[in-house]
Design a protein around this ligand. Sequence first.
Ligand code: ZN
Ligand code: ZN
Length: 232
Amino acid sequence: MEGLLELVYPPACVACDEVLPGAGFFCEACEALVLETPSPRCRSCSEPGAFPSARCPRCEHRPPPFTLAFAPLEHDGAVAKAIHRFKYEQRPDLARPLAALLATSARAFFRDVTAPLVPLPLHAGRFRERGYDQATLLAVELGQLLERPVRDAWLDRVRATARQVGLSEDARDENVRGAFVASPEVKGSAVVLIDDVYTTGSTAAEATRALRAAGATEVFVLTLARARRELA
Ligand SMILES: [Zn+2]
Ligand SMILES: [Zn+2]
């Protein structure tokens, strides 16, 4: 895994572009603003907290269709800044260092879960606006770094959805309903669904339902960052 860092060259801070003296992801000032997702956490959705049943009240109340949703970093500070640049500031070149950051910080996850990678796709309309699909870029780079298959044809977004930002949880569920269709090729396989940020999990849950309906045995959701619920 240490070798992953050397593949990112020239080394520059993913949050502010400062050139780094050696291999790395963040400059010193930005590094101070990087938070790992705390433990203990919900065994289904990784919400931080010590829950009596090991599951947060939300997952107890409505168990998610995925096996586990995990993100190594909090969506805050320098990580939020880097992801914003990657998604909204025309920086598809950040896919490679961010994939290396994800591979490095989710090392234990990748040791345990060896399923193929499936990006959570953008809708074609949003793709045309942006010119690239950040989750697909992230998955492709991860696949190269980890030498793992990427099955981007296994999941398709067939319906445009409003942006989830600012919507209530029920409205988010409603907004993404029926948005995905999975290929029958997924039948019998487990899947690691890749996206940049996990917020309430509505989109990941809906994509999981489509994959499970097509016969996926298990779905693991892996994102670089996780938004804290009170900020979501
Ligand atoms: Zn920086
Ligand atoms: Zn949970």
